[in-house]
Design a protein around this ligand. Structure first.
Ligand code: 1GP
Length: 247
């Protein structure tokens, strides 16, 4: 069905905030993957994002996506860090443009180089803006981002509104994986007050309180990655808090 995942997101965020779990398809981090996936589904995560890093092995990515599908009924959405982040076994792909990159490669270059691969994969496409906020971490470095300062709310709103006007379906506000502090709550609030499309917030979210504050501020989807490896139990608390945030 066309737009199945997009409709699922739109339908769900009208009722409550959502949680997605980012998994890095790194062979070293794949220990206990099957069990982890089953637990994450039981905790109530709404989807698995697969990707993040640039040095993904495509065969391994395929294998990883298949294992997630075999162990759960969760939607698998690709979160590509580059051309190797595409798999025909996923349900959808966040077809992202890093709007605040200094290098056009990350805005339209990788997208044009990968578009045919995405078409051939035959998966659902969710056009999304990727906007990197301080500290930005590795995503900021690799993506050569002109990182938005934590206090520069106006800039974050400008990029987010531009994303909506360019016809994108989602805005991803990213502080960077492992960031010490997540995207500021005030920034999430201001972006929420100015755009209609769903907002994903990720990077540095480690506690239920961090997640809930941002969901209350208007983040439709909270993404967590690192915490799945650092403190698996905390993921359950985060998911419960996010899902409890009604609209
Ligand atoms: C990274 O925003 C995601 O792209 C997740 O970040 O690993 O810090 O949860 P964490």
């Amino acid at each position: 069905m066309k737009n199945r995942i997009k409709n699922f997101i739109h339908r769900t965020v009208r009722k409550r905030a959502m949680h997605v779990t980012l998994l890095d398809p790194d062979p070293q981090k794949m220990k206990n993957l099957d069990k982890k996936i089953r637990e994450l589904e039981r905790f109530g995560t709404d989807a698995i994002l697969v990707g993040g890093s640039t040095n993904v092995n495509r065969q391994f990515l395929d294998k990883c996506v298949k294992r997630i599908k075999n162990n759960s009924s969760l939607p698998v959405i690709l979160f590509p860090g580059g051309l190797n982040g595409i798999s025909p076994y996923a349900d959808a792909i966040l077809f992202m443009s890093l709007l605040n990159s200094r290098n056009p490669y990350w805005i339209t270059g990788a997208q044009s180089a990968g578009a045919m691969l995405v078409k051939e994969a035959g998966i659902e496409i969710i056009p999304a803006a990727y906007i990197i906020v301080e500290p930005g971490m590795k995503a900021g470095q690799v993506g050569e981002a002109e990182i938005i300062k934590r206090g520069d709310i106006k800039k974050a709103v400008g990029y987010s509104l531009a994303a909506e006007y360019l016809g994108m379906d989602l805005v991803y506000l990213e502080a960077g994986s492992g960031a010490k502090e997540p995207v500021p709550v005030e920034m999430v609030k201001a972006v929420r007050n100015n755009i209609e499309i769903p907002i994903i917030v990720g990077g540095g979210i480690r506690t239920a309180a961090d997640a809930l504050e941002r969901a209350k501020a208007g983040a439709d989807i909270i993404d967590t990655g690192t915490i799945t490896e650092e403190n698996f139990k905390a993921v359950g608390d985060i998911i419960r808090a996010v899902r409890g945030c009604r609209r």
